[in-house]
Design a protein. Structure first.
Length: 264
């Protein structure tokens, strides 16, 4: 049985508290599908409400820490060495369409390094968590990345650029390089859960561009603590600054990166 530290318990409790509101809102969402405008406004309100819950819980537990959230941006703290990086609802489009695949993402950055992470799917009650040097877990079970070594046996996750976002032509080149050489490519609509699933060995790897720090921060630690490797999509080490990701186990990562470079 895995035992969380006080820090991880703070993060997990905050995620579960915010999840209660999201679950209530998600249950009401199907009633709003008749009006796109109303549904979109409803989702915005759900995002803001969840982030406020997280902000209050995390700030109460660790006064002075900075807070970087998708909705409110950067809130400077008196403690300049620690920053929470938070996405209150990753997979908003899924949420909007009543698809039960979305997550709350919380990471703690200490002096530039991610040291603790929580990714929580409220619908499935799956809590992925990790602390630097202490491993990666799903609820009470230790996680390891998948052990596959052959590219043609692997299943990868990605994100597809959509209206007004991303580099469509570049993505199609990358997809062409990868899809014809692998067992499958999946697009589930939540970067946070894509990365958690790599940590859990459900996906063999994942790549995507044009992401934000709150999409990526928690997943970086989950995957590395599960024994995987994470770089940006061009092979660089500063994933948050590059706003892209290439993640897999140690055998498949260079193979995936090779295909991405071939698409350049």
């Amino acid at each position: 049985m895995a035992t969380q530290t006080a820090l991880l318990k703070v993060m997990s409790d905050a995620a579960r508290k915010a999840a209660r509101g999201l679950n209530r809102d998600f249950g009401e969402l199907t009633e709003l599908q008749v009006s796109k405008k109303s549904a979109a406004d409803f989702v915005s309100a759900a995002d803001i409400k969840a982030e406020q819950t997280l902000f209050e819980a995390l700030t109460a537990a660790r006064p002075g820490y900075g807070f970087l959230g998708e909705e409110r941006g950067m809130v400077e703290g008196t403690d300049k060495t620690h920053t929470w990086i938070v996405d209150p609802l990753d997979g908003t489009t899924n949420f909007l369409h009543a698809i039960p695949h979305f997550a709350i993402n919380i990471a703690l950055q200490r002096e530039g390094a991610i040291v603790a992470a929580v990714t929580y799917n409220p619908v499935t009650n799956e809590l992925f968590w990790a602390e630097k040097g202490k491993g990666c877990f799903l609820n009470d079970h230790r996680l390891r990345v998948a052990a596959r070594k052959r590219f043609d046996e692997a299943v990868f996750a990605t994100g597809i650029p959509f209206l007004g976002h991303g580099q469509h032509a570049k993505f199609l080149k990358e997809l062409h390089q990868i899809s014809q050489r692998v067992a499958g490519v999946r697009r589930f609509g939540s970067a946070a859960l894509d990365m958690a699933y790599v940590a859990a060995g459900r996906f063999d790897g994942y790549w995507e561009r044009d992401l934000s720090a709150w999409d990526l921060a928690a997943g970086i630690l989950l995957i590395t603590e599960a024994g995987g490797k994470v770089t940006d999509a061009d092979g660089g080490e500063d994933v948050l600054a590059a706003r892209s990701v290439c993640a897999a186990n140690l055998e498949l990562h260079p193979q995936l990166l090779e295909r991405l470079r071939a698409a350049a």
